[in-house]
Ligand binder design. Structure first.
Ligand code: TNX
Length: 571
């Protein structure tokens, strides 16, 4: 791979007076009040959100245009008293209170629901009526049903995860002003009708490379928020690479303290303490996101060799690496110490990680070839299963023997790889992350100020217009566990850069992972996505103002409005 430009600046929102001309939209903190007021002013005039506007597209929608339900000072949130459900109700209240300024008290109760209530109900405790007579109401592990009637909003699911996704939909049904961090005057109306929704694939994820550049815990938490908003349920953290080792390991402490003290471009790097990592995991888990840690082996290990030269084939410490080439480093596959190191590292990372996966990389180990490579991978895979976790790795692992549950992550730019198809025949499942569709580090267009282009340019349509279920030849959709969008960070140095590359492509990948294929439609997606620009602006989130998307025009004259006091329902 050739080195990307490292000097690309973050797009500067102050250079033009015309927001539509900017490549990215980056409101500063000081702009938020004005933005929120403006968004609220718009919302009072704009047509209400429609049930069909939700991203990712739900499985079934039955709109009832005669009905609107409006949140007001009397609205309460009622939730089934069951583990996990109360947390979802509190999460909903925390999402809605800042902008609405409404008290939205949360009550654990199965008592009769008063009018004007948002209820979150775990099915099994109450019968779930089918959306149309005769239709199965099996919501599964992540599905939900949402009803907006004249008397309230009701979300029903079989699990707290399903309730959480119902809440994410509910949030999108409110006007964009709901994203304001400060109270704004708006009519908090939801469109009437029913949504019945379930995901197409169980694994829907994004990857953040915290090794090429290190990112603070707060930045990672904010990425988790973006995942949750679009019903993505896995965050893959690429924790180790040539340029830095980012996770504390007690049995090999220099990995983090020495191996972590570098990054691309020569910055100070950094690492997560175990407490930092636990904080990320618990924040993710509260948002129904599973963290997938990656320890990349046997290549991409220069930082480990800087810390522990005895792992290097020549037993000499290399210099810290701050460039962007790949494929030159590797841990010594012929030395037993290497496997002690791997067992120790995987053991500690597994102990910190509640999710089922350990990702062991395996990509671009150009200097470990043939049987030496497969022999190494087979030992590393066994060390993963010894921890009780399931093996995940890039599709280069394919030639190694199958171990129970093994999952390969496809990052090719073509669709034809007989070795991967063969591994699938031997039992592997696939997560698809095609470099030329799902890589969030690829530029949108020639003039995108950051990112790569080795897998081509990826505009929003290219991110959206492919099918994870049929993408890789010889791999049936039943073997596809899901889809993931990786963000490599050689050219990415700030949260604003991350958001600029994530949005608006992450929702495209999220829709591929969640929505039934029958809903796939670029023109419809483009229109639905457009409504999210004002949401991101109001929330102070940076995004790429892609010319492919018909973003609503920014209002020119800020308006002041008051919320109507007497307006609760309309028919
Ligand atoms: C290839 S994709 C890599 C990474 C780079 C990325 C840049 C893969 C498994 N390996 O090491 O960061 O390209 O786009």
């Amino acid at each position: 791979m050739s080195s990307p430009s490292l000097s690309s600046p973050t797009p500067d929102p102050t250079v033009s007076a015309d927001p539509a001309a900017l490549p990215a939209h980056q409101p500063g903190v000081g702009d938020l009040a004005a933005l929120a007021a403006r968004a609220a002013g718009d919302d009072l005039l704009a047509p209400p959100v429609r049930l069909d506007d939700v991203v990712p597209a739900p499985e079934r929608i039955e709109a009832d245009p005669r009905v609107t339900f409006v949140l007001d000072g009397d609205t309460a949130i009622r939730v089934t008293a069951a583990p996990g459900a109360r947390e979802v109700a509190d999460h909903l209240a925390q999402l809605l209170r800042p902008a609405t300024g409404l008290p939205l008290p949360v009550a654990d109760t199965l008592a009769a629901e008063p009018a004007g209530t948002v209820t979150l109900t775990l099915a099994g405790m109450t019968p779930t009526p089918p959306i149309t007579p005769g239709e199965s109401a099996d919501l599964g592990a992540e599905g939900y049903r949402l009803d907006v009637t004249t008397t309230g909003v009701r979300v029903v699911a079989e699990t707290a995860t399903g309730l959480f996704y119902g809440v994410q939909t509910l949030r999108q049904l409110l006007p964009a002003a709901v994203e304001s961090p400060i109270p704004v005057a708006a009519r908090w109306a939801l469109p009437g009708g029913t949504i019945l929704d379930r995901p197409r694939f169980p694994y829907r994820g994004a990857m953040l490379d915290v090794a090429r550049h290190f990112f603070a815990v707060e930045d990672v938490l904010r990425v988790i928020d973006h995942l949750a908003r679009y019903k993505l349920n896995h965050l893959h953290l690429h924790l180790t690479d040539d340029q830095g080792w980012r996770i504390a390991v007690d049995s090999w402490p220099r990995l983090a303290t020495v191996g972590g003290a570098s990054e691309v471009g020569g910055g100070p790097g950094g690492h997560y303490t175990k407490a930092d990592y636990r904080r990320i995991v618990s924040y993710a888990s509260a948002r129904h996101v599973t963290v997938v840690p990656e320890i990349d082996l046997p290549g991409h290990t220069n930082a480990a060799l800087v810390a522990y030269p005895e792992l290097a084939p020549d037993k000499l410490a290399p210099a810290p690496y701050t460039g962007t080439e790949v494929g030159f480093s590797y841990v010594d596959p012929a030395d037993e110490q290497t496997y002690d190191f791997i067992a120790d590292v995987l053991g500690e990372v597994a102990a910190l990680t509640p999710g089922p996966w350990l990702h062991i990389g395996g990509d671009e180990a150009f200097k470990v070839k043939g049987e030496v490579y497969t022999g190494f991978v087979e030992r590393a895979q066994r060390l993963v299963t010894d921890t009780g976790k399931t093996v995940l790795g890039w599709h280069q692992l394919a030639p190694a023997a199958h171990v129970d549950g093994r999952v390969l992550q496809w990052w090719g730019t073509d669709t034809d790889d007989s070795t991967t198809a063969d591994a699938v025949r031997r039992g592997a499942r696939l997560i698809v992350s095609p470099g030329n569709h799902a890589y969030l580090d690829m530029k949108y267009a020639e003039d995108t100020p950051i990112g790569h282009d080795w897998a081509g340019l990826i505009d929003v349509r290219r991110a959206y217009d492919w099918d994870p279920g049929t993408h890789v030849d010889g791999v049936p959709s039943t073997a596809v566990l899901g889809v993931e969008a990786p963000l490599w960070t050689e050219s990415v140095t700030s949260l604003a850069d991350i958001e600029f590359l994530l949005l608006p492509r992450l929702p495209a990948i999220a829709e591929l992972g969640w929505s039934p294929r029958a809903t796939h439609d670029w023109a419809g997606f483009r229109d639905r996505l457009a409504g999210h620009g004002p949401r991101w602006s109001t929330a102070g989130i940076t995004f790429h103002r892609s010319p492919e998307i018909p973003w609503p025009a920014a209002p020119t004259i800020p308006r002041q409005h008051r919320a109507p006091q007497d307006d609760t329902t309309t028919h």
